[in-house]
Design a protein around this ligand. Structure first.
Ligand code: PEP
Ligand code: MN
Length: 276
């Protein structure tokens, strides 16, 4: 089955031949020939935790940091994030390191808390929350749009179209695995979507090997594979104490493991013609 490219207006490479390059602040760009790495914990747990991880990943060459303050959890009884306080801690980590921050929005009513956030993440569970997408389309913030766990490439691009149709052209797509019959991994990483999207659209595409696999030891090989497949970057969960993480510890890697991955990607970048 082919993509129905006639449905795309703003996202299509037919309307814009050159790659879109998105400036996320702090001199960091996503798209074009850049390979951009976003790293940090699944959830913001304390000011010390997020600042320490931010300092560590920065040392290893991360370009931006992630951390959830509002967490979309499958159980209402699971840790839901530190919310506004978590946002303060993230901004503190940004002040301490200069790294741009990426964090998820769950509800448009919280938009006022995102003024100093550099990239607003729309999670897999909200990829087709069209009212949220349209509202974000009226902001000028870069939007990291994660692929829904049961959504097609066509649907991902249509969701990007929702944001862009309201005027915001700064959309970064993210492949984070889709649900299949396979149960060993949390999701199945669809690396083939990268060259397909890159041919059909000018938007940058990054890969989340953490949620795609759910297994810390798979983060390294899937990160290398993502670069080889043509991704514009990665978003990786890094935790200083994965065993005691409040969320997604099984897929979180240590700062030392992140350092080794970043070093190897730096060598690979020369072969794959990426600026890192
Ligand atoms: C996350 O990035 O922590 C997250 C919840 O991701 P996803 O929406 O891809 O499940
Ligand atoms: Mn997570």
């Amino acid at each position: 089955m082919e993509l129905k490219e006639k449905a795309f207006k703003s996202v299509s490479r037919k309307t814009r031949q050159e790659d879109t390059v998105i400036d996320i602040g702090g001199g960091v760009k996503i798209g074009g020939g850049n390979f951009t790495i976003i790293a940090g914990p699944c959830s913001v747990e304390s000011e010390e935790q997020v600042t320490e991880i931010a300092k560590n990943v920065k040392k290893s060459g991360a370009h931006a940091m992630r951390g959830g303050a509002f967490k979309p959890r499958s159980s209402p009884y699971a840790f839901q994030g530190l919310k506004a306080l978590g946002m303060d801690y993230l901004l503190e980590a940004k002040r301490a390191t200069g790294l741009p921050i990426v964090t998820e929005i769950l509800n448009i009513a919280h938009l006022g808390l995102f003024n100093d956030v550099d990239v607003i993440q729309v999670g897999a569970r909200n990829m087709q929350n069209f009212e949220l997408l349209k509202e974000l389309g009226r902001t000028d913030k870069p939007i990291l749009l994660k692929r829904g766990m049961a959504c097609t490439i066509q649907e991902l691009l249509m969701s990007a179209e929702y944001v862009m149709s309201e005027g915001n052209t700064k959309v970064i797509l993210c492949e984070r695995g889709i649900r299949t019959f396979e149960g060993v991994t949390r999701n199945t990483l669809d690396l083939s979507c990268i060259p397909i999207i890159k041919a059909a659209s000018h938007l940058p595409v990054i890969v989340d090997p953490s949620h795609a696999t759910g297994i810390a030891s798979l983060v390294a090989p899937m990160s290398y594979a993502a670069m080889a497949a043509g991704a514009d970057g990665l978003i990786i969960e890094v935790h200083n104490d994965p065993e005691n993480a409040l969320c997604d510890g099984d897929q979180s890697i240590l700062p030392s493991e992140f350092d080794a991955i970043a070093k190897k990607l730096g060598k690979m970048a020369k072969i794959f013609n990426k600026n890192m």
